[in-house]
Design a protein. Structure first.
Lengths: 159, 283
């Protein structure tokens, strides 16, 4: 079956099987920033934005993306080339070690900042609770979100 | 992990059209709303998905009588963030919902899908304690029934489409509290409890004491409730009610906890909930 959607800002049509997950379809289409961690809804490494909200793409059927706007980290920067503030601050804060969880964590944080431009540390921690990282203690990543929030607020940057 | 071998994916444009596909009760056909459960736990015999996510009501509508109607298509995040729900019964729905999964799940899991799956849940004990009623569609106008009855008697009755849930208005001054225990914050509960009381801490009117994940999805502790009704929520009453709840709530063993441990938790969590309710009621 064919699924028409806006993927990273571009109109696209995916050719998928009815039982394919969105994770399956995105990776098959070359969007390998969407990581296949547990494929079970536990690790959050496959998170993407669907109509602006973070979602575990392993728990959505690809067909559910019909008519929706899906954003991977590859399309997040948009007008903020080369990097979205969250991508830059994740580097600046030293939040990246192996990097496997980072694309999804950045997208989840982007969802948070779009709705809550000035989150507390507790709110950031709670919103990232579904994004597991096996390398770090999350401290640097949370600091990165705080830094990005400050930059985006100062610069009037939309999420 | 086995995944369903889906060969057909349908997007009906109306409830009537969806009903035509599910009314036969064919076990190979499953309704889909948020999707979060079906991708990983649908039975291997399921071959056809009927996606009703786009046609379910996604609204959350407070009424003048204090009731709140939640469309089956409303996401758990929408429920968590809704202002009217944050103040209903001293905010117990919000207090509970922050523990359900995480944002990546709550953003797309729907209330209808969550209730219709009828499994391990933090939502169900709270909604049962709030006397929630569900609306079911069976080819004609919706029929309403108590959520507790739906789960006990009708959940496995095929076919039906759950279209919404209503939390009735409560007497002024009602208070509720929720407690759960799980191995990690993200994990399913080992046990959860919701208590709700009307009246005052000095003289309780109606009361609900509901235990979930026992592992049954929700059980009311009727004998413990009877002890509390008309009494004050003093330490002795709370202690006795919690002990009686432990005696009357049937628990089972599973890979996360033994029946004995769950029974212990019933007593502890009921006591904590009633203590919180006492604090939230007028003296």
């Amino acid at each position: 079956m064919r699924v028409s959607l806006v993927l990273d800002g571009h109109d696209e049509t995916l050719d998928v099987a009815p039982g394919d997950t969105l994770l399956d379809a995105l990776r098959a289409g070359g969007h390998t920033s969407v990581k296949n961690g547990c494929a079970n809804g536990d690790c959050g490494a496959c998170a993407v934005l669907v109509d602006g909200r973070a979602a575990a793409s392993c728990l959505l059927f690809a067909a559910q993306a019909e008519g929706r706007e899906v954003t991977t980290v590859e399309g997040l920067a948009g007008a903020h080339q080369p990097y979205h503030p969250l991508q830059q601050t994740m580097l600046d804060a030293g939040g990246v070690q192996c990097g496997f969880c980072i694309p999804a964590m950045i997208l989840t944080a982007a969802d948070l900042l779009a709705r809550n431009p000035d989150p507390t540390r507790e709110e950031i921690t709670a919103y990232l609770s579904g994004n597991l990282c096996r390398c770090t203690g999350y401290v640097k990543q949370i600091e990165a979100v705080e830094m990005a929030a400050a930059i985006m607020k100062e610069g009037g940057v939309d999420g | 992990m086995s995944r369903p071998a889906i060969s057909e994916y349908l997007r009906p444009s109306s409830l009537e059209e969806a009903w035509q596909r599910v009314s036969s009760g064919d076990p190979a056909v499953r309704l889909l709303s948020g999707g979060s459960d079906l991708t990983i736990s649908a039975s291997p015999e399921v071959t056809t998905l009927v996606d009703i996510g786009g046609i379910l009501d996604q609204g959350i509508e407070p009424d003048e009588d204090g009731s709140i109607r939640i469309g089956a298509g409303a996401t758990l995040t929408a429920v968590l963030e809704h202002e009217a729900l944050s103040s209903h019964a001293t905010g117990v729905v919000t207090e509970m919902m922050v523990h359900v999964g995480n944002p990546l799940l709550r953003n797309f899991a729907t209330m209808g899908g969550h209730l219709a799956r009828g499994r391990l849940s933090d939502v169900v004990p709270v909604f049962v304690a709030l006397d929630a009623e569900v609306s079911l569609y069976r080819g004609s106008g919706p029929s309403d029934m108590a959520l507790a009855r739906y789960l006990d008697e009708h959940h496995n009755e095929q076919p039906h489409i759950l279209t919404g849930v209503v939390l009735p208005g409560l007497p002024g001054g009602s208070a509720a509290a929720f407690h759960r225990l799980s191995r990690t914050a993200f994990d399913f509960p080992i046990l959860n409890v919701c208590c709700r009381a009307d009246g005052s801490a000095g003289q309780v009117g109606d009361v609900r004491i509901v235990c979930g994940a026992t592992p049954r999805v929700a059980q009311r502790a009727g004998k413990a409730e009877a002890l509390v009704v008309g009494a004050g929520l003093g330490d002795d009453t709370i202690e006795t009610a919690a002990r009686v709840a432990r005696e009357e709530i049937a628990t089972g063993s599973g890979w996360v906890a033994s029946a004995e441990y769950r029974s212990h938790l019933v007593e502890v969590l009921v006591a904590r909930c009633l203590q919180d309710v006492r604090e939230r009621l007028t003296p």
